[in-house]
Design a protein around this ligand. Structure first.
Ligand SMILES: Cc1cc2nc3c(=O)[nH]c(=O)nc-3n(C[C@H](O)[C@H](O)[C@H](O)COP(=O)(O)O)c2cc1C
Length: 176
């Protein structure tokens, strides 16, 4: 199975990206391709801009990368209980080209943050709204207290319980 993975963050030091890199190393039975949302440069969404110029090519490119995959592994960064502005903007533009942004793909959704909730608010929102965008959520996991749970030197989860939970949600790809 070809799994496309990306962090819904534009930070070059994204902890969600670090988590995904570790998660990708666990997916030995699958081909994993990493996408960086910074590669899709877009102006802030505006109805006026859309009317004047249409949906920019970058939004179509993002949709096309999703369509080419068999499944998605996404890790959501949380800003004020919501998507990061960068991901929301990309998602908004993409949805104007095609509401079925997630293109019927099976998805495992993750999130992490330095806090105790592990960005669970944005994760819950992504999960609860995925069906509007034709996403099939297989499993989800919010990993709390990133800097205590994740070893930045070995780039692995050092907490056994959370490592086991991550492995369990990733197994959803094998069953799909
Ligand atoms: C504007 C802003 C708002 C934030 N709001 C939240 C929040 O609501 N919940 C949370 O757990 N962390 C919040 N954080 C901390 C982020 O979880 C932290 O910056 C994290 O590194 C973001 O993920 P990323 O590194 O993958 O981009 C916020 C950070 C910023 C800059």
């Amino acid at each position: 199975m070809k799994i496309l993975t990306f962090a819904a963050s534009n930070s070059t030091k994204s902890i969600n990206k670090a988590l995904l890199q570790y998660a990708a190393s666990l997916l030995k039975n699958h081909e994993v391709e990493m996408l960086d949302i910074n590669d899709f440069s877009l102006p802030i969404y505006s109805a006026d801009l859309e009317e004047a110029q249409g949906v920019p090519e970058a939004a179509f490119d993002f949709l096309s990368r999703i369509k080419q995959a068999d499944a998605l592994l996404i890790a959501y960064a949380e800003h004020n209980g919501n998507y990061t502005a960068a991901y929301k903007n990309l998602f908004d533009w993409a949805s104007r080209a095609d509401m079925a942004v997630y293109a019927e793909k099976p998805i495992v959704m993750l999130s992490t943050s330095p806090g105790k909730n592990g960005a669970n608010t944005v994760l819950a929102m992504a999960k609860n709204t995925a069906h509007f965008f034709k996403g099939q959520v297989l499993a989800s996991l919010a990993i709390p207290s990133f800097y205590e749970t994740f070893d930045q030197t070995s780039m692995t989860i050092n907490d056994e319980e959370w490592r086991a939970k991550l492995i369990e949600v990733l197994e959803a790809f094998d069953a799909s």
